[in-house]
Write a protein that binds this ligand. Structure first.
Ligand code: AMP
Length: 171
């Protein structure tokens, strides 16, 4: 039987020189792989109650929607600027060169709701940190940030260390 890591493809030097891109396309193509990965993500949460799952654009959306369905929770997309049609809250964050921003709908979270944040990869943690700020500004209670993979050598966990951070795979 295949393990989840067998469905992750390493692409050297994408999107630029020196980055080893962790490609989940082979995983998404395989229903057994998706099932294994979804079960592993659900296990990370244990019996904690979740009201909403926040997925980070765009590769975070795939498993965040599946997780939401499995946990009987709502799904919330966090998107790049200008993509969400309703009123939004925006959070900027630093990139290696310059900065970027992420947005969430203002009515996405009710005060005190239990929130799971999900993305495919935790790298430097800048993205997840920005999403945590958005969720907290709307009054959400972050139960866990979970990822398919975390790249330990980039120390992203440090940026969101006040939260429970869990991943299926660690590199
Ligand atoms: P960061 O803000 O550095 O933690 O980057 C996280 C975001 O960038 C996630 O949405 C990932 O999808 C993407 N990402 C960063 N590094 C990689 C990588 N080596 N392979 C695949 N995706 C990555």
């Amino acid at each position: 039987m295949n393990a989840i890591e067998d469905f992750i493809r390493d692409i050297p030097d994408f999107p630029k020189q020196g980055i080893l891109f962790k490609d989940i396309a082979p995983l998404l193509q395989n229903p057994k792989g998706v099932s294994l990965c979804l079960d592993a993500l659900v296990q990370l949460i244990g019996d904690q109650k979740i009201d909403k799952v926040v997925g980070i654009e765009s590769r975070g959306f795939f498993f965040a929607t599946l997780l939401a369905q499995k946990l009987n929770a709502g799904f919330i997309p966090v998107r790049k600027p200008g993509k969400l049609p309703f009123k939004t809250l925006s959070q900027s964050y630093a990139l290696e060169y310059g900065e970027d921003a992420l947005e969430i709908h203002l009515d996405a979270i009710k005060k005190g709701e239990k929130i799971l944040i999900h993305d495919d990869v935790l790298a430097t943690g800048g993205t997840a940190e920005a999403v945590c700020k958005l969720v907290e500004k709307l009054g959400g209670d972050i139960v866990q940030c979970n990822f398919i993979m975390q790249l330990n050598f980039l120390n992203g966990k440090e940026k969101i260390k006040q939260y429970e951070v869990k991943s299926v795979l660690e590199y």
